[in-house]
Design a protein around this ligand. Structure first.
Ligand SMILES: Nc1ncnc2c1ncn2[C@@H]1O[C@H](COP(=O)(O)OP(=O)(O)OP(=O)(O)O)[C@@H](O)[C@H]1O
Length: 633
């Protein structure tokens, strides 16, 4: 079959239930769907959305055959994916209203065949379904249904959406019948670097690593929804957010040479996040932060830590002045833009609040209670049910960060300390793993069986691979290691990289390190009740450092693969979906662990946390002593 993939996306055609059009069964949105069918939305890597009804007898092959008709691409040249799953045959895991991604296989992707896009005239018609459809039917979205109805009424009355100028991605204010902003809609194919980004940030296909390497292009939308769903009880004030299929002519479609040619003429359908518009006065970058309530910052910070937010800059905190006598001078904070949370592996997070004084004030009793009651396992189950396309690796980040938060808060660390432990430090061009990452590296080593033959130096590369047992290298290594060692918990550090000395150092440090817990100074070891674990941990130091390459370009962690075998395949096939992510930017990955390894890893992770917290606490005390009393609250 002759593929016509070399034509760029000329129209981003929404084909409502196009199989219905093909077989003459489609009767618009009013058709009662037989219970055995499910509707899915197939999104091509260029952002085109095709509605499709699945019959009970359908399998991946029959679906691809139907897509072949629409897109004129041979079925063996494309893959159909659903979150972590590459659909080979069975479609039973697919839920109603799910978005699937159709991508061309790598060998068929070249600059001369750039796009999967509908070709036949049959498919070049407007969407016959509603202008906005919520994907998923959970009662958690009940509040948003009215909002969507208001917007649909406005659209039908000619109140068009308005493009938002700020931000890097495509975004649109959808309005109510009075012309007031009611929601902000962000199409997934208009994100930064996505094919239809209207602001010039293009160049990647959906599913490829995006602005943040561990968040794929086209996958910020469900993250926005995840943040809302995780914000139980509206604790952090995330505005209601849903995933929608939305059809309108306002959206941007890049068209190669004739960019945006059809933008104003054609209705196109997109998968997008839709978030309630919250009227506000400014954002946190426009205003001094001293008036920001402590509890609002704590609540937003707690959310940011749970979801490992990599994008909490001041522009993503809206500020609303409270009116009335009681509210005079007070403000409300509204956190927005959670598209870069829950990365597939640990990155460098960004927490604007980290140096705000409010973040150094201890958590209140209510906040501690909220943190204690978090249940990451339940959170994952909820997200799997509501957002079945979410990747398992993202859920592992959620679990890890929730545990980290719970243990840190129970230990007595404040928000700023927890945020600092999660943040990387940069020395010149070099990026160092965060304290959290160092703990993860160690926990991973304790979890995995080490194949010593893995440790080989990279020939022809300037990077130095640290080998703790190589005494000859000690003198040279020490200066280079100082950066990492500064980050390592003190029980790891030793001048001579010798296990015996390490243990001695551990004991010495244990004696020296007195920390304040509940008002009284006690030794870190006693406070944590983990002294034996510490000794064990120190004896394993060599293992964790051996996989950290040090060189002029910084640290590179080589985890996951062992010589002669691949470790960590889970039954859910999550690793295969992770292959496109560049390794250089992540020190720690979770996708390459099997269920068993993951569970063991979490156990080890928990064991290692207390000494790391004690170390952080002692650093904080030293910092405060240096700064004097002016910083005390
Ligand atoms: N829920 C909301 N209510 C009111 N205004 C909003 C809301 N969400 C976003 N905005 C406004 O729209 C602008 C762009 O939104 P947003 O920052 O989410 O887009 P973005 O393209 O992801 O931006 P960035 O490049 O900063 O990541 C914001 O600066 C803010 O002014």
């Amino acid at each position: 079959m002759a593929s016509k993939l070399d034509s760029p996306v000329q129209t981003q055609v929404a084909v409502a239930v196009f199989n219905g059009i093909c077989n003459g069964e489609y009767h618009g949105n009013t058709r009662a769907r037989p219970s055995r069918t499910r509707r899915v939305f197939v999104q091509t890597e260029t952002g085109c959305v095709l509605g499709l009804e699945l019959d009970r007898n359908d399998n991946a092959h029959t679906v691809k055959r139907r897509l072949q008709l629409a897109l004129n691409v041979p079925t063996d040249e494309s893959s159909l994916t659903y979150g972590d799953l590459t659909l080979k045959n069975d479609l039973s895991a697919i839920r109603n209203d799910s978005p699937l991604l159709l991508t061309r296989n790598a060998m068929h992707r070249s600059s001369s065949t750039p796009c999967l896009s509908p070709t036949g005239k049959t498919f070049q018609q407007g969407d016959q379904s509603g202008p906005i459809e919520i994907l998923g039917c959970s009662n958690r979205f009940a509040g948003t249904t009215e909002l969507v109805k208001d917007i649909i009424r406005a659209i039908k009355n000619g109140v068009d959406p308005i493009p938002v100028n700020s931000g890097l991605g495509g975004a649109y204010y959808f309005r109510n019948i009075k012309g007031e902003n009611a929601a902000i809609v962000k199409p997934t194919d208009e994100e930064p670097f996505a094919p239809n980004n209207p602001k010039g940030f293009v160049g990647k296909a959906l599913g490829q690593p995006g602005l943040k390497h561990s968040v794929r292009v086209g996958e910020t939308g469900f993250r926005e929804v995840a943040a809302y769903l995780l914000d139980y009880g509206h604790f952090a004030n995330v505005p209601p957010t849903v995933l929608v299929k939305v059809t309108h002519s306002v959206f941007n479609v890049n068209d190669g040479v004739n960019r945006n040619k059809h933008q104003k003429k054609k209705k196109v359908s997109k998968i997008a996040s839709l978030q309630q518009f919250i009227p506000h006065d400014f954002d946190a970058s426009d205003h001094g932060t001293s008036s920001f309530p402590v509890d609002a910052i704590h609540r937003i910070g707690i959310l940011d830590i749970r979801i490992f937010n990599t994008d909490r800059h001041a522009g993503n905190l809206l500020v609303r002045k409270l009116s009335g006598v009681e509210g005079f001078g007070q403000v409300e904070l509204i956190p927005i833009d959670h598209g870069l949370c829950l990365p597939e592996s640990l990155e460098d997070p960004y927490f604007e609040w980290i140096h705000w004084p409010q973040a150094s004030i201890p958590f209140s009793a209510d906040e501690l209670e909220y943190i204690k009651n978090l249940d990451p396992v339940r959170d994952c189950d909820m997200l799997r049910a509501e957002l079945p396309m979410i990747r398992e690796a993202c859920l592992r980040v959620l679990v890890l960060c929730s545990i980290f938060l719970q243990e840190a808060a129970a230990f007595g660390l404040c928000l700023a300390e927890i945020g600092e432990m999660m943040s990387r430090e940069f020395h010149g061009q070099e990026e160092e793993p965060s304290e959290l990452e160092v703990v993860c590296l160690e926990a991973k080593e304790l979890t995995m069986e080490i194949d010593m033959s893995f440790f080989e130096s990279d020939e022809g590369d300037n990077e130095f691979q640290f080998d703790m047992d190589c005494e000859a290298a000690e003198v040279n290594v020490a200066p280079k290691m100082s950066g990492l060692f500064a980050k390592l918990p003190f029980y790891y550090r030793s001048e001579s990289f010798n296990e015996k000395n390490l243990l001695a150092q551990v004991d010495e440090n244990l004696e020296e390190s007195e920390i304040q817990v509940d008002g009284g100074p006690i030794s870190a070891a006693v406070a944590c009740g983990h002294k034996d674990d510490w000794v064990y941990t120190a004896s394993r130091l060599s293992l964790s450092l051996k996989k950290v390459n040090l060189g002029e370009k910084g640290f590179h962690y080589h985890g996951g693969k062992q010589k002669g075998k691949m470790i960590g395949y889970s039954s859910r096939m999550i690793r295969s979906a992770n292959e496109h992510l560049p390794t250089s930017t992540s020190f720690v990955k979770f996708a390459d662990m099997s269920e068993e390894e993951w569970n063991l890893f979490i156990e080890k992770f928990k064991e290692l946390l207390y000494p790391a917290f004690a170390k952080r606490r002692s650093r904080t005390i030293v910092q405060r002593q240096r700064l004097g009393t002016s910083c005390q609250f």
